[in-house]
Write a protein that binds this ligand. Structure first.
Ligand code: ADP
Length: 879
């Protein structure tokens, strides 16, 4: 047997083989026939130690106890190879070796091949046991296996993370992009079933994405290794039973495996549809807001609170009076100084509440003032810091003006004493002011507004309202007339002067309702009634009065006569009006009356006039007329009111009296003249006889006769004056001489008074010397008579303007102011209860006046009660 393997050639091959080999006898004990060099090298034993040993016998080295357990397995494999005559194997088989040098056991892994060699007889002649030490490879493989396990775990973990990720993630593998993984968010986005898509081609699953360039994108990422980032990309996706346009943020990263090889991609998709739509909506809204702002004249601004940048629209600048956009500080310049604090306050407030609002006055560069309303919203950043204010500016000057106008109007309406209401279309559309509500008996307007309209006006006016008022207002725009309203508490029907007008929208002319202004007619009616009553009363009074009453206008045309006058003249009122009444006058007096009235109207002074009328009984009646100017409420002269008094009876009496005085004085004059003559003769006789005492008594009697003569003279003069028979013999005479003569005479009649002469007049006077002397005598006599306690009387003559002015001054009783002008009247005596102290008839000054007037002069008095009087007259100088 040895010869068989001992063949030189085989032996050399055997010994030089790189793998360790053992040749085993296929006998019962599996005897080791030989081992080669590689075996000796590998197992640190000598040939001698193993040659001839049984393979079945285990080593007794205690260190190898564990390893020797496996010897049975080796023997079993050898047995099997012998039995089957086919090679058997033991791979990655651990069989530890003893290392004698270090006295240690080494862990070694082997690959064993047991090859049976079959001899010519068809029997196994020996078994070649070849083995290879694979310890290093084996350990590497173990490491690799652990690594793969680890890797697998990692992969699972990653998968888990990817599955949990809140964004859509998919891993696509291979050139045809098959789904290796797709997490639920990804599936949700694309409405996919996770199980069904794995290992399927992406574009088969999401065909709609195919023609959008994503195929090229994926291959580009894979070929270049450069990731792809897409923002808000629109992809049509069929989900929720309809085709939707979905917006995705997409990231595509190359999936690098096996040291730089790109095998697939990670696709990250994040749906931003809501955000995109919201943004689109916001943009649209912003655009709409911008357009709307433009359309309604709103200027816009964007104030960056961090950079202090202030952006505005052109319209904003225009609202501030500029044609171009300006910087913030330029705008601020226009703010009214008083409104600046308000602006700052509004900003402070805005930072708290988020809303900006203030109204300010802006001065334009052309110095006009405008009202501007600023409104805005504060935007905060992620740290809740105010970042921007976006807002608008509106010029509401006109609005404000019209608001103020409206307020004024409203307060007019509210505080008006008239009822004002607006009756709009439909129920509840009714307004009434406070005055109206109270007039209708409501405590407040609400009270009235609750009532149905038909309860507020009189039922009898219903037809008028529906048939006339409403159609007229609709058709013509307005109606006025009387409507009766009902007092809601008393039920009183109140007549109201009403103006109804159609209220319409000023721009569209759309009908809005009916505006009503009503005035309570009761006070007016009461006043009218009162006037009518008092007119009737007056008419009765004036009719009853025995006096003709009349009124004329500023032109002197008669506009009213009372019944008395109509009765006197027997002419109807209509014929009297204007100048018609003059036909009732006595022809000769018409001119005088017309002149008087004309002058009175021109001068606007009270006047008196005397005339005669042809009475209804056919006789002439004397009328004494007087008129007083009247003025209207504006103070303008409106005419005269006057009275006509029938003085016929008085005239007759006067005439009778004049006649009597005339006759009486005439009859008295002759006997008194005789008496005076006899008295003078008697005085002379008694003086001659020496009866001086008696003579003195006769002298006194003469003085009394003188007074009587004067009185009779006065009476006769009056008679002459009244009958127009006083005669004047005018001549040139020395006035001062006349005055001196009279003073000399009169000085003799008084012991108490000294009459001082201040005769400074120069020139001649042309008049009746005796009559003027009569006036001088009268004035000086009065001065003596009415200053019993004074001792001086001053008589003066001076030159005035083309006239002589003569005066007599005394320091006596004086005359009351109210009586001054009356002393020149016939029979008037101012001394009252004292008149018996001062004898007289009250004729002297009357006659004096008559004389001076007939000589074309003037006579007057200055006097103060208790201090004295100065009577003066002036006579024109005839050249
Ligand atoms: P008689 O003296 O006769 O009363 P006159 O016509 O002369 O009438 O005067 C009228 C009135 O005027 C007088 O009664 C007197 O009251 C008043 N009177 C006239 N002269 C004076 C005077 N010098 N001082 C005061 N009163 C006078």
């Amino acid at each position: 047997m040895v010869s068989k393997y001992a063949d030189k050639g085989y032996k050399a091959i055997f010994n030089h083989s790189q793998s360790a080999m053992v040749i085993i006898e296929p006998d019962e004990r599996l005897t080791v026939l030989d081992v080669n060099e590689a075996y000796i090298k590998e197992t640190w034993v000598t040939r001698e130690q193993v040659q001839g040993t049984s393979l079945r016998v285990k080593s007794n080295n205690p260190a190898l106890q564990d390893a020797e357990q496996d010897r049975d397995a080796i023997c079993t494999k050898v047995d099997l190879a012998i039995q089957t005559q086919k090679p058997t194997y033991l791979n990655e088989f651990r069989y530890d070796l003893y290392h004698p040098a270090t006295n240690s056991v080494k862990e070694v892994y082997w690959n064993f091949i047991f090859t049976p060699i079959v001899g010519n007889e068809g029997k196994v002649i020996y078994v070649i046991f070849a083995f290879e030490n694979i310890t290093e490879i084996y350990q590497l493989r173990i490491k690799e296996r652990n690594f793969i396990t680890q890797l697998e775990k990692e992969r699972l973990r990653l998968k888990h993370i990817l599955m949990q990720a809140p964004v859509g993630i998919a891993i696509l593998n291979g050139p045809d992009n098959r789904f290796d993984l797709a997490n639920p968010p990804f599936c949700n986005i694309f409405a996919l079933n996770m199980e069904k898509i794995l290992n399927k081609e992406m574009f088969e699953i999401i065909p709609l994405a195919k023609n959008l360039g994503y195929e090229e994108m994926l291959s580009r990422v894979k070929s270049t290794g450069i990731p792809y980032h897409g923002k808000a990309e629109a992809i049509p996706i069929f989900r929720n039973d309809k085709l939707e346009n979905v917006y995705l943020d997409i990231v595509c990263e190359p999936l690098v495996v096996d040291g730089g090889l790109v095998d697939g991609v990670i696709l990250v998709a994040f749906e931003v549809t809501k955000e995109v739509l919201a943004k689109q909506k916001l943009e649209e809204a912003e655009e709409r807001a911008r357009l709307a702002a433009m359309a309604v004249g709103l200027g816009t601004f964007d104030y960056n609170l961090i950079t202090q940048e202030f952006q505005t629209s052109t319209l904003f600048a225009q609202i501030f009076g500029y044609s171009e956009k300006q910087e913030l500080k330029t705008y601020l310049k226009g703010y009214h100084p008083q409104d600046r604090a308000q602006r700052l306050k509004a900003y402070e407030e805005a930072l708290k509440t988020g809303n900006l609002f203030f109204e300010i006055r802006i001065q334009w560069p052309d110095r006009t003032w405008r009202w501007v309303r600023i409104e805005g919203k504060v935007y905060f950043d992620q740290n809740a810091r105010p970042a921007r204010i976006l807002g608008t500016a509106l010029d509401f000057t006109e609005e404000r003006k019209s608001k103020i106008e409206q307020q004024k109007l409203m307060s007019l309406v509210t505080y008006s004493v008239d009822l004002m209401a607006i009756i709009g279309l439909g129920p509840g559309n009714f307004y009434i002011n406070q005055a109206g509500a109270s007039l209708l008996g409501g405590k407040d307007a609400k009270n009235i507004l609750r009532k149905p309209l038909s309860q507020l006006y009189a039922p009898q006016d219903e037809a008028l309202i529906t048939n006339t008022i409403v159609p007229t207002v609709m058709d013509k725009g307005s109606w006025s007339g009387i409507i009766h309203v009902v007092h809601q508490e008393t039920g009183e029907l109140i007549p109201m002067m009403s103006n109804c007008a159609r209220v319409e929208d000023p721009s569209t002319h759309e009908y809005l309702g009916i505006g009503v202004v009503m005035r309570d007619l009761r006070p007016e009616n009461q006043a009218k009634q009162a006037i009518a009553d008092s007119e009737a009363l007056l008419r009765n009074i004036t009719t009853a009065a025995p006096t003709g009453l009349w009124m004329c206008n500023a032109q002197g045309e008669l506009i009213y006569f009372n019944q008395t006058w109509i009765d006197w003249t027997g002419v109807g009122l209509s014929q009297q009006i204007g100048h018609g009444w003059l036909s009732s006058l006595f022809d000769q007096d018409v001119e005088t009356v017309v002149q008087k009235i004309k002058t009175a109207c021109d001068t606007v002074r009270p006047f008196e006039v005397e005339f005669r009328i042809v009475h209804v009984d056919g006789t002439l009646h004397w009328i004494q007329g007087s008129g007083n100017p009247q003025y209207n409420s504006k103070g303008e002269f409106s005419g005269f009111i006057g009275a006509f008094v029938d003085t016929t009876d008085q005239k007759i009496l006067q005439q009778q009296k004049d006649d009597f005085i005339g006759v009486a004085s005439h009859e008295l004059k002759t006997p008194v003249t005789s008496i005076k003559a006899y008295t003078q003769i008697l005085e002379k006789l008694l003086v001659r006889k020496g009866d001086l005492k008696e003579a003195a008594m006769i002298a006194k009697m003469d003085a009394q006769i003188n007074r009587l003569t004067v009185l009779i003279g006065d009476l006769l003069d009056v008679t002459k004056i009244n009958s127009g028979k006083m005669q004047f013999n005018n001549q040139h005479f020395d006035f001062n001489e006349l005055a001196r003569e009279i003073v000399e005479d009169l000085q003799r009649t008084t012991e108490r008074h000294t009459i001082e002469l201040q005769l400074n007049f120069e020139g001649d006077v042309y008049a009746d010397r005796d009559r003027i002397g009569q006036v001088i005598t009268n004035l000086i006599s009065n001065a003596i008579k009415y200053s019993p306690d004074a001792d001086t009387i001053i008589v003066k003559s001076v030159n005035g303007d083309d006239e002589l002015v003569f005066s007599v001054q005394d320091f006596g009783l004086g005359i009351e102011k109210s009586k001054k002008h009356r002393v020149f009247e016939q029979f008037y005596r101012a001394s009252g209860h004292m008149q018996h102290t001062y004898p007289g008839l009250g004729l002297g000054l009357y006659i004096a006046t008559e004389i001076i007037q007939r000589e074309h002069g003037r006579i007057w008095v200055d006097s103060e009660l208790g201090k004295g009087s100065t009577f003066s007259f002036a006579l024109p100088l005839k050249k």
